[in-house]
Write a protein that binds this ligand. Structure first.
Ligand code: RNT
Ligand code: ZN
Length: 410
């Protein structure tokens, strides 16, 4: 099947071998938080901040040991180059009565050892500014309470130093993504001052003297959240301007825009100005519901923008979804494989030819060719890629076995 597919793609000027070689180089950062419904290990308890997991499928990882075991099993079933995306709330405190503003590299040493054991490419990081008592009236970095605002500034600074440690350990830059839940349920009386306080907080964080070569700071905007419907402090315009003026990077989460806005279209807009663009790939069903990523049209478009603009080094791909209604390992693997499929699909396209058709205004041929691509034997190349990664299309049997032997006993 692969040999036939190879010939078929060659007719379009596509080298399947080159595509398989290329996809192996593109790292995808996999979120640790799918495994435990975003609860974390530092005692934050219930998830807050306008994000929600729904469902009560048995087998949630309840501690570090269980989470590690699940990550290990899930990662074994994922093809390609992998990074681990950690939230600060996954600190391994071992009883240390320390709060988030004083977390140190030592609290993440066990994660570094684990990631090395798995042979991962690196670790990415996220300050956790939700599920904590110091989220006061729904606000963190934009809080009018100076001690609250300061606490979260210090948390972010602590995270930047932990990120330096990750980068050193893996000899690979660490992306630190700042997302805050701050906003208001109903019509605000003042939309500017909270943003000015957020701006001041970000200024203070960035002035901490972190290693800019090793640590890439990103800011993640959002249009609304549950309970934060009327206004978010960290809006798209706010962060995009902040990032541009302060030489940091924007993180685009494709669940964070109006449903008729597309992140696939935002990626090239930002690539015209930025060296780095970060992504949280998710799947919103009617709202930012964080469903498992599937091999769907918008995901394909996102991957195309990364591949055809030669931006595989510039776009930092991270996954961000959490479904508690199904086997969590299947959620992890299905989403990561969908991202890989979309990348391979984009690599199996003769973009130069299609771009020429556009420039020559031959939109008839462009439309017809783009339709033809959809029925080329993609599945055969995907299967071959999996085979070379020591995997097959069937990951469910392995996961069901793990569910029976491990998850069902929790
Ligand atoms: C929330 C943001 C944020 C979180 C994770 C857990 O809407 O997408 O990135 O999902 O940090
Ligand atoms: Zn996100």
């Amino acid at each position: 099947m692969y040999e036939l597919a190879k010939k078929e793609y060659a007719k379009y000027g596509v080298d399947t071998e080159a595509a398989i070689a290329k996809i192996k180089e593109i790292p995808v950062s996999i979120h640790c938080w799918q495994g435990d419904d975003v609860i974390g290990l530092d005692g934050g308890g219930a998830l807050s901040g306008g994000i929600q997991t729904t469902g009560n499928y048995p087998g949630r990882a309840r501690d570090f040991v269980e989470l590690k075991a699940d990550i290990k099993k899930a990662f074994e079933l994922m093809p390609g180059k992998k990074r681990l995306n950690l939230h600060a709330s996954y600190a391994v405190l071992n009883g240390d009565p320390i709060d988030r503003d004083r977390y140190k590299p030592q609290h993440f040493m066990a994660w570094v050892n684990f990631a090395k054991e798995l042979g991962l490419d690196g670790i990415d990081f996220n300050p956790t500014m939700f599920s904590h008592k110091n989220v006061k009236d729904g606000l963190t970095l934009s809080s009018p309470d100076e001690s609250i605002r300061k606490f979260w500034v210090n948390h972010c600074i602590a995270c930047l130093h932990i990120a330096e440690y990750f980068a050193d350990e893996f000899k690979s830059p660490c992306l630190v993504n700042i997302w805050i839940p701050d906003g208001f349920k109903d019509v605000p009386a003042d939309r500017l001052t909270p943003r000015l306080r957020l701006k001041a907080s970000l200024d203070e964080i960035l002035a901490c003297g972190y290693n800019k070569k090793n640590v890439i700071v990103a800011v993640e905007s959002k249009v609304f959240g549950i309970g934060v419907e009327s206004y978010t402090v960290g809006s798209n315009e706010f962060y995009q301007n902040y990032a541009a003026k302060n030489d940091i990077c924007c993180l685009l989460d494709n669940g964070h825009y109006h449903p008729l806005e597309y992140v696939s279209d935002k990626i090239p807009a930002l690539l015209a100005f930025y060296d780095t663009v970060a992504l949280h790939v998710t799947r919103g069903v009617r709202w930012d519901s964080d469903h498992v990523v599937l091999f769907e049209d918008e995901l394909k478009e996102i991957a195309k923008e990364i591949v055809r603009n030669n931006a595989t080094d510039k776009v930092k791909i991270g996954l961000d979804y959490f479904d508690a209604s199904i086997n969590r390992l299947s959620a992890w693997v299905t989403g990561q494989r969908a991202m890989q499929k979309a990348l391979l699909y984009a690599l199996l396209t003769n973009h130069e030819e299609l771009k020429k058709l556009q420039d020559n205004a031959d939109f008839t041929t462009l439309m017809v060719k783009q339709e033809e691509y959809k029925t080329l034997p993609f599945g055969a190349v995907w299967k071959e890629y999996l085979r070379r990664e020591g995997l097959s299309e069937d990951y469910l049997t392995e996961i069901k076995k793990y569910e029976k032997e491990v998850l069902s006993k929790r």
